[in-house]
Ligand binder design. Structure first.
Ligand code: URA
Length: 242
């Protein structure tokens, strides 16, 4: 915990620590087998109460989806990682190269920063669930189009309905937009509570943006503190001043 806070603090202007030991290898969860089946073939929906099975069916459906052009460049679909009983769901934009290779979201550099952000939130964050607006990698990591995001929306909506978190964190403008956080002029969207299907949503900057603009870590930390307070948790005190 102390290490995560100091590492996070390093980005806020502190000196930080020497290089940490390599992080343990992540194990992708709910990674569906890529297998051929008729797109959107009728499947017997598992009953409510069996969330793991319901998410598995959804993930398998995403793995065989051909609803938009992104499927043609897909190596693996990228559904989610984390716990289906999480209080917090983090929603990013879409898989990048590493995610497409591994079939798990946020496993590249931005994902490593996201993991540090979550670790810095401390035990109050509990287990989390991490997914994206689109489940297939957009070419050259471009932002998904409205049509692509719309085609993928049933998967995201299904995930949020099944996991039913207490808070959603929208990572970046794309996730904020597709979770309904942007108002008419779409300015100043970060850090303003909104709701998605009755669930509070905190839109904040994407970790990939923070890698390019580390001075923006401070407002993101404030947003994450807000999230903890919304859950009735006291945010951890940071290791250094600032
Ligand atoms: N960026 C995202 O938005 N999602 C990922 O899974 C990885 C990088």
């Amino acid at each position: 915990m102390a290490r995560e806070l100091i590492e996070w603090d390093q980005g806020l202007g502190g000196r930080g620590l020497p290089e940490p030991p390599p992080e343990p290898k992540r194990v992708a969860q709910e990674r569906p087998q890529e297998r051929r089946q008729e797109p959107h073939a009728p499947v017997a929906a598992p009953p409510k109460g069996d969330e793991t099975a319901r998410l598995t069916v959804l993930a398998e459906s995403a793995a065989s989806c051909t609803e938009c052009g992104l499927h043609t460049g897909r190596n693996r679909s990228v559904f989610a990682r984390g716990s289906h009983t999480a209080d917090i769901v983090f929603v990013g934009e879409g898989p990048g190269y590493h995610e497409d290779q591994e079939g798990s979201p946020f496993v590249g550099k931005a994902g490593q920063l996201l993991d540090k952000m979550i670790a810095a939130m401390g035990e109050g964050a509990g287990e989390v669930y991490i997914c994206n607006v689109v489940k297939c990698r957009p070419p050259d990591n471009r932002t998904p189009t409205a049509d692509e995001a719309g085609a993928c929306k049933p998967f995201l909506a299904g995930q949020l309905e099944i996991v039913a978190p207490r808070v959603i964190v929208a990572l970046g403008r794309c996730a904020a937009e597709h979770l309904g956080c942007l108002d008419e002029d779409a300015r100043g969207w970060r850090g303003r509570w909104s709701t998605y299907e009755g669930i509070p949503v905190m839109p904040t900057y994407h970790p990939a943006f923070l890698l390019r603009s580390p001075n923006m870590k401070r407002p993101v930390w404030e947003d994450l503190q807000e999230v903890l307070r919304r859950l009735g948790k006291e945010p951890p005190r940071r290791g250094r001043s600032g």
